[in-house]
Design a protein around this ligand. Sequence first.
Ligand SMILES: [Zn+2]
Length: 146
Amino acid sequence: MNADYLRRLDFGSVQGDSESWERARLGDDAILLQTAESEFVVNLADGASSHVCEIEERADGYWGRCDCDAFSYGHHECAHLCALRKADFIGAIDVEGERITIPTTGTADERRARADGGRRDDRVDDVENPGAGHDGRVFGRPEGRL
Ligand SMILES: [Zn+2]
């Protein structure tokens, strides 16, 4: 819900023979650190600096962002996000010894929502309260006594 700035990532288009995929080597020199559920710091072996990435898996694929130049120029499957995709796939650990895991978001709920066609089971019948004074009588003084 709060991650609409993420971009759809098509790893299939870069897998295997692209420069990004090649650069995303997970050797001893590459540094990965998971800083939040879907946030990572990535420093590739040939990288001059660390980059902050965000990535998650949704029902329709991977979504993410990175603060590197390649990503900002529209090459969304940058080497850093490729490295995280690889690390998740092979079960790599980060520099603190934690397993790199790309979180899966919303998938189960979205499937449930589609399965029941949006039907609501928790509907409560509205009970109308007539309120006071609605008993049919007319109040007021007879005209003759005014
Ligand atoms: Zn990047």
